[in-house]
Design a protein around this ligand. Sequence first.
Ligand code: NAI
Ligand code: MG
Length: 504
Amino acid sequence: MNVMTPSMLDQRAYSDAAKQFLSRAPRLFINNEFVSSSHDATIAVEDPSSGREIARIVDASDADVNRAVAAARRAFDDGRWSGLPPMVRDRTINRLADLLEAHADEFAELEAIDNGKPKGMAAAVDIPGAVSQLRFMAGWSAKVAGETTQPYTIPNGTVFSYTVKEPVGVCAQIVPWNFPLLMACLKIAPALAAGCTLVLKPAEQTSLTALRLADLIVEAGFPAGVINIITGNGHTAGDRMVKHPDVDKVAFTGSTEIGKLINRNATATLKRVTLELGGKSPVVVMPDVDVAEAAPGAAGAIFFNAGQVCVAGSRLYAHRSVFDQLLEGIAATAPFWAPRPSLDPEAHMGAIVSKEQHDKVLGYIEAGKRDGASVVMGGDAPSSNGGYFVNPTVLVNVNPQMSVVREEIFGPVVVAQRFDDLDEVAKAANDTCFGLGAGIWTKDVSTMHKLAAKIKSGTVWGNCHAVIDTALPFGGYKESGLGREQGRAGIEAYLETKTVIIKM
Ligand code: NAI
Ligand code: MG
């Protein structure tokens, strides 16, 4: 007899708040109102833990994008935001942070059912991260300032010269699906503090938390048109945003391929561009480490968020003397990282965001095997009722020519290699077109500093990985990006400098 039993990998029931939100009609957020699209095109929203469609969102038309940009343009040009006392901007942004905190549990659930990540991870990382982006940047509202400067070639007292910092204008902000709300807040916070207005486009796979944020934007008291939220596909709505003549700046996080395309498209009107792109970040483990610490560290570097992290430690270089021990230690973390549905309170790793991404990750594993790599952990998908799960995977016997070593997989897959000395591993770590992050594990301070200096990447971590803080600049060397976000550099990216010289 065939008895239907719930699979261990079945998604749990949603809360009433989530169900109510999911029952809303597809709408865009323009001028502080939820409005219909100019056409009927919509995109399915899936829960990656079940593969089921749970709602639909608007696939914005060119006319929708034009309407949103026009709203942002008007709101910028009449100074309804940039002209406010900086203290009011600071307090409004902080009010949004307060509201987000008050609704943290609901946002964590929505993120979990939209992205597939464990609700516990969203509650511990994504939501507080989004709040801290808003709070830290809010404080810059009143603290950006120009300088009074004595000219070099002009006699003293004959001119008065100073610089002022002005908001760059209307910003098009396009974010990916791996940390949807966190990325959205990371983008809007500095723009708002600087006095810019904006159109935000979340990824078509994960637009729910941005749409829910729109409610809080109205409640926080932002003037209409300052923040507009458009949902839709990248090659249509995103492309229109990037090419729109009334947009002054484009900020993008996503794939290197699309980042390069956006940079080219923004050139026509020389828009300001910041890009946070892909990575293939090395994790280097020196022979002196305590393997009991380094092994879970290296595992977390790749398995956190199912490897869907731009700085995922996807290339592991372990010194020959600790290689075997380290791999045993990583394999021992398998039960902890075993994929589970996102609303399972035991989950540390959830589902992959989409079927497309799930198949891409499994395709890389197959390509690795065909090229001669061996699987020492995972390497497959657990059987499930339609969820997009991939088991945490370690590949060995790899070489630098293989696609699994060269390309960003964006899944829970790490390639592990042995090395013998520092120069050799520095060279291997830098043998990539990317340069986003790198992890070094050692107790030797001078080794740490020597290697940190040799590695070409925007961030280097010592005895930890993927630690990101809103006060610390973040960005890529080489093909991992353009410019920096967060910290002082983050607000500067939304400011122009005007020099004023007055003859006295
Ligand atoms: P993607 O780069 O295509 O999408 C990211 C965002 O860009 C989305 O909001 C999308 O709608 C938008 N977009 C796409 N095409 C556009 C265009 N022509 N003009 C303007 N906006 C556009 O990334 P995708 O396709 O979701 O994932 C592909 C790969 O990219 C992943 O497998 C992963 O390797 C990498 N990726 C890297 C991320 C990172 O944080 N560095 C985040 C997401 C993906
Ligand atoms: Mg794409």
